[in-house]
Design a protein around this ligand. Structure first.
Ligand code: FNR
Length: 361
C-alpha cells in the first residue's frame, strides 16, 4: 500500500460489491462525489524556496485538545460491515497516530467501548482523541441520552450533522437493495434508548423540523463543545457563530446528501471569510493526498477529515490498514510542507495555492 487509492482497490477486491458500493457511492448522479476530488486536482501549489526552515511538525490544537496530525477520521457508520473488530480497530489506529476520531452515532460498537480502545492505544498522558457525531433526534430525551453516553465515554466534543433533514438518496444502494445492516450487526449506541429498541438503524430519525433553537437547546444540556457538520452557506456559518457553536466541519457528507452542491474546497474561502477567525473551520470531502490536506489548510482550514479512505483501509487490512493509511498521509503532508518551504501548518497561507491555468485568454 503506497497511497490512499491502493486501499480503495484492495477494499474493492475484498468486499461484497454491495458494501463496496455503499461506501463509494453518493446521492443521485454523484456529481458532488466527483467534484470533491476534482476541486483539489484543479488547485495548484506554488512553493517557496530557500526559506531556511526546520523539518515540519504536524501538531495541531483542535478545540483546546492536542492532535499529532491535522487529519481527522470523519464519522462513518457501520465499521463492522467491513472488519470484524469494526470501530475498535479504527479507534486503536487513530489513537496510535494521535489523530482525532469522530465516532459515528451509527457505529457498530458502542461509544464507550470505542473510547476504551482509544485510551488503551493512546500515548502516555494523552487525552482520548475522540469526538462523537450526533444526529439531533425529535425526542429530546433520546438526544440527551446519546449525549450522556458520549460524555460518559469521555468524548471531548460533539459533532452535530446538520445536512441531513432527510436521508440522501443513493441510487446504488437502491439498485443493490442495500437498506439495512446484515443480521448480527446493530447500531450499538441506539440499543435500549427506549424500551424495546434494539439498535436498528431505522431508529435514527431525520427531520426537516430542526432549527437553530435546537442548537441553543443542545448547548444548554451539555458542557461539551459543539461543532456543526455540513454547513455550506456562508450565512449559516455566521448564524453558527452567533449561536455559540465552537467550530464548523465544512462537509457535503462526501456527496451523499444533496447532489450538485459545491465541492467543499470550493466552498471553503467563503466560509472562512464568514467565520473571520472566530471559530475553527475543518473540512472533509475528497481528501486523498497530503497535498490535498495542504491546499485546504492553506485556504484556512485548521484540519481535514477523511471518510471513505478509512473504510477502505479498514476493509483492506483492519487496524493495520488504518495505521498504514495514517502513516502514509503523515508522510505525504510532511513531504508537501517541506517542498512548499513551510516549517509548520501555520505557515500554510493562501499565496501558496492558485487555480490551474485555464489558458492564455
Ligand atoms: C459517511 N458520512 C457520515 N457522516 C455523518 O455525519 N454520520 C455518519 O454516520 C456518516 N456515515 C458515513 C458512512 C460512509 C460509508 C461514508 C462514505 C460517509 C460522511 C463522512 O463523515 C464524511 O463527511 C465524508 O465521507 C467525507 O468525504 P470522503 O472523505 O469520503 O470523500
Amino acid at each position: 500500500m503506497f497511497c490512499v487509492k491502493d486501499f480503495e482497490a484492495a477494499a474493492r477486491e475484498k468486499l461484497d460489491p454491495v458494501h463496496a458500493d455503499f461506501i463509494a457511492g453518493g446521492a443521485r448522479d454523484e456529481i458532488t462525489v466527483r467534484a470533491n476530488e476534482e476541486a483539489f486536482a484543479r488547485l495548484r501549489l506554488l512553493p517557496r524556496v530557500l526559506r531556511g526552515r526546520a523539518v515540519p511538525g504536524l501538531d495541531v490544537t483542535l478545540l483546546g485538545g492536542h492532535a499529532r496530525l491535522p487529519v481527522l477520521l470523519s464519522p462513518t457508520a457501520f465499521h463492522k460491515l467491513v472488519d470484524p473488530e469494526g470501530e475498535l480497530a479504527t479507534a486503536r489506529a487513530a489513537a496510535a497516530a494521535g489523530a482525532v476520531m469522530i465516532a459515528s452515532m451509527a457505529s457498530t460498537v458502542a461509544v464507550g467501548e470505542i473510547a476504551d480502545a482509544a485510551r488503551a492505544a493512546a500515548g502516555p498522558g494523552e487525552t482520548v482523541p475522540l469526538w462523537f457525531q450526533l444526529y439531533l433526534q425529535p425526542d429530546p430525551e433520546i438526544t440527551e441520552a446519546l449525549v450522556r453516553r458520549a460524555t460518559d465515554a469521555g468524548c471531548t466534543a460533539l459533532v452535530v450533522t446538520v445536512d441531513s433533514p432527510v436521508l440522501g438518496a443513493s441510487e446504488r444502494n437502491r439498485r443493490n437493495g442495500f437498506h439495512d445492516l446484515p443480521a448480527g450487526l446493530r447500531c450499538e449506541n441506539l440499543v435500549d434508548l427506549r424500551d424495546g429498541e434494539f439498535g436498528h438503524v431505522r431508529q435514527i430519525a431525520m427531520s426537516p423540523e430542526f432549527s437553530w433553537e435546537h442548537i441553543t437547546w443542545l448547548r444548554s444540556v451539555t458542557e461539551l463543545p459543539i461543532l456543526l457538520k455540513g454547513v455550506l452557506h456562508p450565512e449559516d456559518a455566521r448564524l453558527a457563530v452567533r449561536h455559540g457553536v465552537s467550530g464548523l466541519l465544512l462537509s457535503n457528507h462526501g456527496g451523499r446528501q444533496l447532489d450538485t452542491v459545491p465541492a467543499t474546497l470550493e466552498a471553503l474561502p467563503a466560509i472562512v471569510a464568514a467565520v473571520a477567525g472566530r471559530i475553527p473551520v475543518l473540512l472533509d470531502g475528497g481528501v486523498r493526498r497530503g497535498t490535498d490536506a495542504v491546499k485546504a489548510l492553506a485556504l484556512g482550514a485548521r484540519a481535514v477529515g477523511i471518510g471513505r479512505p478509512v473504510m477502505w483501509a479498514l476493509a483492506a487490512d483492519g487496524e493495520k490498514g488504518v495505521r498504514r493509511l495514517l502513516e502514509l498521509l503523515r508522510e505525504e503532508i510532511e513531504d508537501a510542507l517541506a517542498l512548499c518551504g513551510a516549517a509548520g501548518l501555520d505557515e500554510l497561507t493562501p499565496d501558496l495555492v492558485r487555480p490551474a491555468w485555464s489558458g492564455p485568454l
